[in-house]
Design a protein around this ligand. Structure first.
Ligand code: AMP
Ligand code: MG
Length: 196
C-alpha cells in the first residue's frame, strides 16, 4: 500500500464569499508518495494555468508565493491532472489530504473542465485532518497547529502545495499507524475552505 499525500493551491481573494469560492481554480498540485513503510519515495509538483481568472490577485501571490510568471508558463488543469494520475500509477494506494478542501477543489475543477475524476480517487481518500482530531482527541485544526502538537517544525513555505504536502506527509508518518486500514473518513466538516 502506498499513500499519496496531496496539497493544492488555488486562485483566491481577500473576499471568501460563495461567489469567489466558485471561481477558485487550482494553480498548484503538490504531492508526496509514501511507501508501505511510510517512507517518502517520490514527489510530484506542478503549477497549473488558471483560465476563469488568469490573472492572480496580489493577495493570492502574497499568500502562496506563486507568481504570475509561474502560472503563465504552466499547462492547463486537464493536462496537469492527467500527468498527476499517471504519476500516481497503478500500485494500490490511498489518496490523503488535510481536510475536505482539496478533494472538493478537484471535484470542482474536473466538473469545470470536463475531466473525469476517477471513482477510486474519491473512494480511497483519507481526510487526515479528521483522523488527526480523532487520534489526538482534539478539535479539527490547521496543518500548522498539528505540526506544533507533534513538535515538528513547519518546513519550507506555508501555502506552497509541495511544501504543505511535505509537512502533511510528516504528520501522516506519525498518524497513519493509528488509523484503520479501511478507514473512509466521514466528512463532517461544514466549511470546505482551509483554516487560516
Ligand atoms: P492551503 O493548502 O492552506 O495553502 O490552502 C489552499 C488554498 O486555499 C490556497 O491556495 C488559497 O486558494 C485558499 N486559502 C487558504 N488560506 C486562505 C486565506 N486565508 N484566505 C483566502 N484563501 C485562502
Ligand atoms: Mg497548501
Amino acid at each position: 500500500m502506498q499513500y499519496i499525500v496531496v496539497d493544492l493551491e488555488a486562485t483566491c481573494w481577500v473576499d471568501r464569499s460563495a461567489r469567489r469560492r466558485n471561481q477558485m481554480e487550482i494553480i498548484e498540485i503538490g504531492a508526496v508518495r509514501l511507501d508501505a513503510d511510510l517512507e517518502v519515495v517520490d514527489e510530484f509538483d506542478s503549477f497549473v494555468r488558471p483560465v476563469v481568472n488568469p490573472q492572480l490577485s496580489d493577495f493570492c501571490t502574497e499568500l502562496t508565493s506563486i507568481t504570475q510568471a509561474d502560472v503563465d508558463r504552466a499547462d492547463r488543469f486537464g493536462v496537469v491532472f492527467e500527468r498527476f494520475l499517471t504519476w500516481i500509477g497503478e500500485e494500490p494506494h490511498r489518496v490523503c489530504s488535510w481536510g475536505a478542501y482539496d478533494l472538493d477543489q478537484f471535484r470542482l475543477d474536473c466538473r469545470r473542465f470536463g475531466v473525469l475524476l476517477p471513482p477510486w480517487f474519491e473512494d480511497t481518500h483519507i481526510n487526515l485532518k479528521e483522523e488527526f482530531a480523532l487520534w489526538r482527541g482534539v478539535k479539527r485544526c490547521g496543518m500548522a497547529k498539528a505540526l506544533k502538537q507533534l513538535n515538528l517544525p513547519l518546513e519550507g513555505v506555508h501555502h506552497r502545495g509541495i511544501d504543505d504536502a511535505r509537512n502533511i506527509a510528516r504528520i501522516a508518518q506519525q498518524l497513519l499507524p493509528h488509523i484503520g486500514a479501511n478507514t473512509t473518513t466521514p466528512n463532517t466538516e461544514t466549511a470546505d475552505l482551509p483554516a487560516t
